[in-house]
Write a protein that binds this ligand. Structure first.
Ligand SMILES: Cc1cc2nc3c(=O)[nH]c(=O)nc-3n(C[C@H](O)[C@H](O)[C@H](O)COP(=O)(O)OP(=O)(O)OC[C@H]3O[C@@H](n4cnc5c(N)ncnc54)[C@H](O)[C@@H]3O)c2cc1C
Length: 388
C-alpha cells in the first residue's frame, strides 16, 4: 500500500517594495487614528470592534475592498497586498468588524459567482466600507454538518423566492445591511447530501426576517438568531448557480479560514509582552512573560503559512486545505497567548493589561469554534492526506 503523502507545501513568500509602501501607509493611518483618540486597541477586534465610521475612513484611504477591481470602486490589489493591510489592522487592535465579513468573503464570492448586476450593485458599497454583511450558514441543528441545513427557499411562479427557516450564531446581523444565506432549494437526498443547496444575498430589512439577540457569556450582544418566516426575496437574490451552494460555500470558507485573524485575535497581548521584555520593565520586576520566545516563533511560522495561502489565492490556486492548517494551528496559538498572558498575575495591573486579558479569556473559547471546529478541520486535513 502506498503511504499517504502530505499536501504539497506552499511557496515561501517575502514582502516586496509595494507591500512595504502599503505597510508604511496603513501604519501612518493607524497612528493618526490613535493620535486623534478615534479608537482604543482591543483584542478580538475583527469580531467585536464594530465601528462603521472607522471602516469608512479606512476605505477612503483605499484600505478596504483591496482585492475588488477598480471598476467596482475597489483598490484592484492582490490578496498578498490585502494581507499586509489586514495584519497591520489586527496588530493595532483596530475596530474592523463592520466591514470584515463583506471584505473577506462576500466580495470574493460576488466576483466568483455573482451576476454583473449583483457586482455593480454591491461591490462599490463594500469597497467604500458602507455596506455590511452577516453570514447565515449555521442553524440550530446544523453547524459542523452544514450540508444538513433545513432553511428552505422555494421559487414562486413570479420568479421570487419564499424563504423559511432559522439561522443561529449570526454575528452582527443586528447591525448589518445584508445576509449571505445558505438555504436548501431542492429536497435533501441522503445519497447526495451536498446537492440542492443555494446561496442568496438578502436585505435584512425584508419583511418576514426577524433578528433576535443571543447574548454571549460576557453579556455582549454579538450573536443573533435570524428567523426567516416566509420572507419573499426577488429572483435576483440568488447568488451563483441554483443547487451549487455547497461548492460556492466551501470555496468561501477557504477565504474565511486562512487570514491573519486566525492567529492574531489576541496579538495585542503578545505585542505588550514583547514590548515589556524589550524595555526590561518586567525583568526588573522579576517577572518574565511566560513562553515569550516560543509564542513569537509560532507567530512567525503561522504568518509565513497564512501569507503563502494569500500568495496561492493570488496565483489562482485553491486554498481550502492549507486554509484549514492556518485555522487549526492559528486558533490554538491565539488561545495559548491568552492563557500565557493570564498567568502574568500582578504584572497585568502594572501594565494596564488586565482588561485585555479579561476580554481575551471571555472570547478565547470561541476561537477554535468559529469558522469550523478543530475536529472538523482535522477531518478535512486527514481526508486530503488520505486521498493522495
Ligand atoms: C464567535 C463565533 C461567531 C460565529 N459566527 C457565525 C456567523 O456569523 N455565521 C454562521 O453561520 N455561523 C457562525 N458561527 C457558528 C460556527 O460556525 C459554529 O459554531 C461551528 O461551525 C460549530 O457548529 P456548532 O456550534 O453547531 O457545533 P456542532 O456542529 O454541534 O459541534 C459540537 C461539537 O462536536 C464536534 N463535532 C461535530 N461534528 C464532528 C465530526 N464530524 N467529527 C468530530 N467532531 C465533530 C465539534 O467539533 C464540536 O466540538 C459562529 C461561531 C462562533 C463561536
Amino acid at each position: 500500500m502506498t503511504p499517504p503523502s502530505l499536501p504539497r507545501p506552499l511557496p515561501a513568500v517575502v514582502g516586496n517594495d509595494q507591500t512595504g509602501e502599503l505597510r508604511r501607509r496603513v501604519r501612518a493611518f493607524l497612528d493618526e487614528e490613535r493620535a486623534e483618540g478615534r479608537f482604543e486597541p482591543r483584542v478580538n477586534s475583527w469580531m467585536d470592534g464594530w465601528d462603521p465610521p472607522f471602516s469608512r475612513r479606512l476605505a477612503a484611504r483605499g484600505f478596504a475592498g483591496m482585492t475588488v477591481p477598480t471598476r467596482y470602486g475597489g483598490a484592484g490589489r492582490t490578496f498578498l497586498e490585502r494581507f499586509v493591510i489586514t495584519e497591520e489592522l489586527l496588530a493595532a487592535g483596530a475596530p474592523v468588524a463592520a466591514h470584515w465579513f463583506a471584505d473577506r468573503q462576500v466580495a470574493p464570492a460576488l466576483l466568483a459567482s455573482g451576476t454583473e448586476e449583483q457586482r455593480a450593485e454591491l461591490l462599490p458599497g463594500i469597497a467604500a466600507g458602507e455596506l455590511s454583511f452577516a453570514i447565515g450558514m449555521s442553524e440550530p441543528d446544523s453547524g459542523s454538518d452544514l450540508a444538513s441545513v433545513r432553511t428552505r427557499a422555494v421559487r414562486r411562479d413570479d420568479g421570487n423566492w419564499v424563504i423559511t427557516g432559522t439561522k443561529v450564531w449570526t454575528s452582527g446581523a443586528h447591525r448589518a445591511d445584508r445576509l449571505l444565506l445558505l438555504a436548501r432549494t431542492a429536497p435533501g437526498d441522503p445519497a447526495a447530501r451536498h446537492a440542492g443547496l443555494s446561496q442568496f444575498v438578502i436585505d435584512l430589512a425584508t419583511p418576514g426576517v426577524h433578528v433576535r439577540p443571543v447574548l454571549s457569556m460576557d453579556g455582549e450582544h454579538h450573536f443573533n438568531e435570524v428567523v426567516l418566516d416566509q420572507a419573499v426575496v426577488p429572483s435576483t437574490s440568488l447568488l451563483g448557480v441554483e443547487g451549487e451552494g455547497w461548492r460556492q460555500v466551501t470555496a468561501e470558507l477557504g477565504f474565511e479560514r486562512s487570514g491573519p485573524e486566525r492567529f492574531m485575535s489576541a496579538h495585542q497581548l503578545l505585542e505588550e509582552a514583547a514590548r515589556d521584555a524589550r524595555g526590561h520593565d518586567r525583568a526588573r520586576r522579576g517577572s518574565v512573560p511566560a513562553d515569550l520566545g516560543r509564542s513569537l516563533a509560532r507567530t512567525a511560522a503561522l504568518r509565513a503559512l497564512s501569507m503563502s495561502v494569500a500568495a496561492a489565492i493570488t496565483a489562482g490556486e485553491d486554498p481550502r486545505v492549507h486554509a484549514s492548517y492556518v485555522k487549526l494551528l492559528g486558533t490554538q496559538h491565539e488561545q495559548q497567548l491568552v492563557e500565557n498572558a493570564s498567568l502574568e498575575g500582578p504584572a497585568l495591573d502594572a501594565d494596564g493589561l488586565r482588561p485585555h486579558v479579561v476580554a481575551g479569556l471571555l472570547s478565547r473559547p470561541t476561537y477554535t469554534l468559529r469558522g469550523g471546529s478543530n475536529e472538523v478541520l482535522r477531518g478535512i486535513i486527514a481526508r486530503e492526506i488520505g486521498a493522495r
